[in-house]
Design a protein around this ligand. Structure first.
Ligand SMILES: *[C@@H]1O[C@H](CO)[C@@H](O)[C@H](O)[C@H]1NC(C)=O
Ligand SMILES: *[C@@H]1O[C@H](CO)[C@@H](O)[C@H](O)[C@H]1NC(C)=O
Ligand SMILES: *[C@@H]1O[C@H](CO)[C@@H](O)[C@H](O)[C@H]1NC(C)=O
Ligand SMILES: *[C@@H]1O[C@H](CO)[C@@H](O)[C@H](O)[C@H]1NC(C)=O
Length: 347
């Protein structure tokens, strides 16, 4: 409760300064992953994703569509969902028959995995694009050109060219795919409208700065500073290091883990900076994210002092300092977070 009250001014500040969240485009993907154990046994699974949000799943022991978001039934009537389920069910079985035909023509190769992806992008200006492709064992294999209605092999080998020929003679599969791509565009428009709150979800990053294995006093090895940023959503984020207030440019001193997913549909990232020993510079990690509005999180590196001869004095001073910091923190939180600097622009 107290924490919630302390965070209130922050929340207000961020809301007031927050620019509208308007991603340039949204993507709806229908994926199916099929494991072909042998000519008579296939496991099929499907899912739909709006951006990075899972909206539907399908397990083809029953091939029933499961709705994973409260708004995932929007866009079609219950009857149309039933028909779509049946159509996908039939197409997947016809797909697995075709794949087995192609595989057997080329001497089997079981077991293998195919990944089918049907995707539509809806741009901010109302236009959309459609894609459909398939991979085998994690590599591009063939794609469907939605404009011409033709399959195009993505590899030059005999197997891919043979698959291209077989699929291009299959007019009914092509028309089912065109239908699914049109459905994709209709669904994405509906989801963008009804799922707006999920799409616009904002989770604020939490960041800490620490030194990895700080070397003992007097050793000349460079220190590696780590900035760990986690719990943010959506994915785009900008993390930079400041040395004496100036942004450290790209180069060998910087390293980053890249953006990694957390289990709760937030993201994390680690950025490190190699700094020279005891050079008397100040360092801080700066995080910019849409959830912070136009502000930035600024986390300075608090370099710990080595234990000197005045240990007892140090401890006493330390206790006083902790108390002082606590008071300052408490006061500054009441005012507003001190590590938030207004007026810095977001990415
Ligand atoms: C096919 O694979 C399934 C699952 O691995 C196995 O249970 C079955 O016996 C296999 N059938 C043949 C004909 O090899
Ligand atoms: C709509 O936006 C997309 C992506 O930003 C762009 O590629 C496309 O050319 C735009 N189309 C029109 C008609 O403005
Ligand atoms: C989402 O859309 C609904 C209806 O289209 C609207 O009433 C609501 O205010 C929107 N919510 C947000 C957060 O934009
Ligand atoms: C960057 O970090 C990764 C692990 O996070 C490590 O494997 C790699 O060697 C580092 N690169 C440099 C140049 O330090």
């Amino acid at each position: 409760m107290l924490l919630a009250l302390l965070l209130l001014p922050w929340a207000w500040g961020a809301l007031a300064a927050s620019p509208p969240v308007t991603p340039a485009s949204v993507t709806l993907r229908l994926l199916h992953i099929d494991v072909f154990h042998n000519a008579s046994s296939t496991d099929m699974q499907g899912m739909a994703l709006l951006g990075d949000l899972e909206t539907h799943s399908m397990d083809c022991s029953t091939c029933e569509i499961r709705f994973l978001q409260p708004w995932a039934r929007q866009g079609l009537t219950p009857k149309q969902w039933q028909d779509l389920q049946l159509l996908i069910h039939r197409s997947l079985f016809s797909f697995s028959r075709t794949v087995n035909t192609i595989a057997q023509h080329h001497g089997g190769g079981y077991p293998f995995v195919t990944q089918g992806s049907l995707r539509c992008d809806l741009h901010l200006n109302g236009t959309s694009r459609r894609f459909c492709d398939a991979g085998v064992n994690g590599e591009d294999f063939i794609s469907f050109d939605a404009d011409t209605g033709k399959w195009v092999a993505r590899r030059g080998d005999k197997l891919a060219l043979y698959a291209q020929d077989v699929l291009n003679q299959d007019k009914s599969t092509a028309s089912v795919i065109q239908f699914l791509l049109r459905t994709c565009v209709n669904l994405i428009k509906s989801f963008v409208q009804h799922g707006n709150e999920s799409l616009e979800r904002q989770e604020r990053p939490v960041a800490v700065v620490f030194a990895r294995a700080p070397p003992p006093a007097g050793t000349p090895a460079p220190v590696l500073l780590i900035c760990r940023v986690t719990g943010f959503y959506p994915r785009p984020v900008r993390v930079a290091w400041l040395q004496d207030g100036e942004e450290v440019g790209p180069g060998g001193r910087l390293n980053s883990s890249g953006i990694l997913p957390n289990a709760d549909l937030t993201y994390q990232l680690r950025s490190s900076l190699a700094v020279g020993p005891g050079a008397g510079h100040s360092y801080a990690c700066r995080v910019q994210h849409s959830s912070l509005g136009g502000r930035s999180l600024l986390i300075p590196w608090e370099q710990s002092r080595p234990w000197g001869p005045g240990l007892a004095v140090g401890i006493t001073l330390g206790v006083v300092a902790v108390a002082a910091v606590a008071v300052v923190l408490w006061r500054s939180r009441r005012r507003d977070y001190q590590d938030v600097r207004p007026g810095q622009s977001s990415p």
